[in-house]
Design a protein around this ligand. Structure first.
Ligand SMILES: [Zn+2]
Length: 61
């Protein structure tokens, strides 16, 4: 399963270089070193989890 998003920071959407990012284990998405641990990361994480939850609820449509 290949997802193009895997090569972008899920917070700022910047392109990631090899070994220049961390994995956010809550959402299983990569985050660049600038965003890692920041307030923005937490917000994006929550937004993402919310949208994932919505997707599950609305998956039947
Ligand atoms: Zn970033």
């Amino acid at each position: 399963m290949e997802i193009q998003d895997n090569h972008r920071c899920f917070v700022c959407k910047s392109t990631l270089k090899k070994d220049q990012y961390r994995m956010n284990t809550s959402v299983m998405k990569p985050v660049c070193l600038q965003c890692a641990g920041s307030e923005k990361e937490k917000q994006s994480e929550e937004n993402l989890l919310d949208s994932l939850a919505d997707g599950l609820v609305c998956g039947c449509i």
